[in-house]
Design a protein around this ligand. Structure first.
Ligand SMILES: N[C@@H](CCC[C@H](N)C(=O)O)C(=O)O
Length: 286
């Protein structure tokens, strides 16, 4: 079976994008297609699969599948890429439009420079801080802010935030020494997070600058995570390191994102999106 695709990335967080306005895929095949296209040896190579879909509730829809075939509810870097694709392929008719995700509907704004999309700003909505809704199992304290978290022989402190998908944020003194590979896999599948969790290590450089590394649920280490950057800025503010209503620059493995938790509770994300390639993928199982 032949599938037309576009490969795009947001700060190195790369996915295979399929335009479902034109392609038809069976629902039951989507997890396997995600696993197959993501494989660097026998597929294309990516952090997962993103479908750009028609939507009844918004101008365009997005579905995201991680590298292991699991479906996520939201993807910050994916939203910027979907916005760029939708704008450039005339799926939308202005530079401000809505995108439906499994976590809700968001507003996207295109910035143009000499006619090219240079940045995309997304209103990522209001972060969910209630433990039960993240979801995270634990004591009856409602918010999870620097709560002791035993993992292996260590006790870390976790701040938990949902941006439509769950994030466990840990502060470190030196980003280069964060135990990403040592602890990322076990934290992301820890029983206290019944739906799994994206695990972020962050170093606060100053109130307006954060260094960031991520182990994503379902995909492992990626160069960037947009929802993770949002969750990290929220965590930094909850812990008194950064301030509301001020843009914070998050330095991710693949570049920078600008995040603001506004006074009205909404989190704003601003950053780039790039197209890498377009082509035909030959899916052998289809
Ligand atoms: N890379 C993403 C998040 C992708 C989904 C995540 N792994 C999950 O399962 O929640 C981003 O940029 O936000």
């Amino acid at each position: 079976m032949k599938i037309n695709f576009t490969k795009m990335h947001g700060l190195g967080n790369n996915y295979i994008y399929i335009n479902m306005f034109q392609e038809t895929l069976k629902e039951e095949d989507l997890p396997s297609i995600a696993v197959d296209v993501s494989n660097i040896n026998t597929g294309i190579g990516s952090d997962g699969l993103i479908l750009i879909t028609p939507s009844d509730k918004a101008e365009v829809g997005m579905r995201i599948f991680n590298k292991d075939g699991s479906e996520g509810r939201n993807c910050g870097n994916g939203l910027r890429c979907v916005a760029k694709y939708a704008y450039e392929h005339h799926l939308v008719h202005s530079d401000h439009f809505t995108i439906e995700t499994k976590a809700g509907i968001v507003d996207a704004y295109i910035t143009l420079e000499n006619g090219d999309v240079s940045a995309i700003t997304v209103d990522m909505g209001i972060p969910e801080l209630n433990r039960r809704n993240i979801p995270m199992i634990g004591t009856n304290r409602e918010k999870v802010v620097s709560e002791p978290f035993d993992i292996g022989a260590e006790t870390l402190e976790v701040t938990a935030v949902s941006m439509g998908n769950p994030h466990a944020v840990f502060f470190v003194d030196d980003i280069e020494k964060s135990p990403l590979y040592e602890l990322g896999p076990s934290i992301s599948t820890d029983h206290r997070f019944p739906e799994g969790v994206n695990c972020e290590f962050i170093e606060v450089v100053n109130p307006r600058e954060i260094n960031f590394r991520v182990w994503e649920r379902g995909s492992g280490v990626t160069q960037a995570c947009g929802t993770g950057a949002c969750a990290s800025v929220v965590a930094s503010i909850l812990n008194g390191y950064s301030r509301k209503n001020e843009e914070v620059c998050v330095h991710l493995g693949g570049g920078d994102l600008w995040i603001k938790w506004a006074a009205d509770g909404h989190v704003w994300m601003r950053g780039p999106a790039e197209t890498v390639a377009k082509g035909e993928y030959y899916w052998l199982n289809g």
